[in-house]
Design a protein around this ligand. Structure first.
Ligand code: ZN
Ligand code: ZN
Length: 220
């Protein structure tokens, strides 16, 4: 079979709010039929190295909190510091040979917003995020189409059960991390999977907002 199914947005215990160990993430990915996952913890790398090697391709990544909002970088070993402007994040990512993806552009508080999403020269943008509402995902897919930007999907899983609910279909039969990054750069990708339901999203928004307040109004 040609192609590969990849969840390009997964959090582990390397994120303050992640409940999945790197090894569990790989195990779950395999169980739900994914050939690849990207471990994209909040402002932290290290999960991929801990996950070890197996028959699932594990991409070392990070979800950086830039000034404008969250930006995913895939193919990085060292963390990119938070609080930088998005263009600086892109520059650092590019010089490390990494791939830049804008996740959930329309999300309240943590999304970069449409204006920045249009201005940031990312390699790709998330069309489907497993933790976003359907309406936001539809707008994201439309924005990607408008910008002719390669479009991916990711679960944004913070617990094992969420891994793979949204994903990316890569049309190349990628065998390595570099192969996957190249396929994304070339736009050989399409998003798949589901959005969250109104009830779940509402509960999560309230929970996240309370956690945000408990952190003294600091974003993860
Ligand atoms: Zn995010
Ligand atoms: Zn995330």
């Amino acid at each position: 079979m040609r192609g590969l199914k990849a969840d390009l947005h997964v959090h582990t215990t390397f994120s303050k709010d992640g409940k999945t160990s790197p090894a569990e993430a790989v195990k779950r990915a395999k169980a739900v039929g994914l050939g690849c996952i990207a471990l994209t913890d909040h402002n932290a790398t290290g999960a991929a190295a801990e996950a070890g090697e197996g028959d699932v391709i594990v991409i070392p990544g990070i979800e950086v909190t830039a000034k404008e909002g969250h930006i995913i970088v895939l193919g990085v070993g060292e963390p990119i510091p938070k609080g930088l402007g998005a263009l600086e994040v892109c520059d650092r990512a590019r010089s490390a040979g990494a791939v830049v993806i804008i996740p959930h552009p329309y999300r309240w508080i943590t999304g970069v917003g449409e204006k920045a999403a249009r201005a940031i020269p990312s390699n790709a943008m998330e069309g489907i995020n497993g933790r976003s509402m359907q309406g936001d995902n539809v707008r994201s897919v439309e924005l990607c189409a408008d910008l002719k930007r390669p479009t991916v999907g990711g679960s944004d899983a913070h617990v094992p059960e969420e891994i793979g609910v949204a994903y990316t279909n890569l049309s190349d039969n990628c065998q390595t991390v570099d192969g996957v990054l190249d396929a994304i750069r070339k736009g050989k990708c399409a998003p798949g999977g589901t959005s969250v339901t109104m009830g779940n999203a509402f509960k999560r928004t309230i929970r996240n907002f309370n956690a945000y307040l408990n952190r003294g109004g600091r974003r993860l």
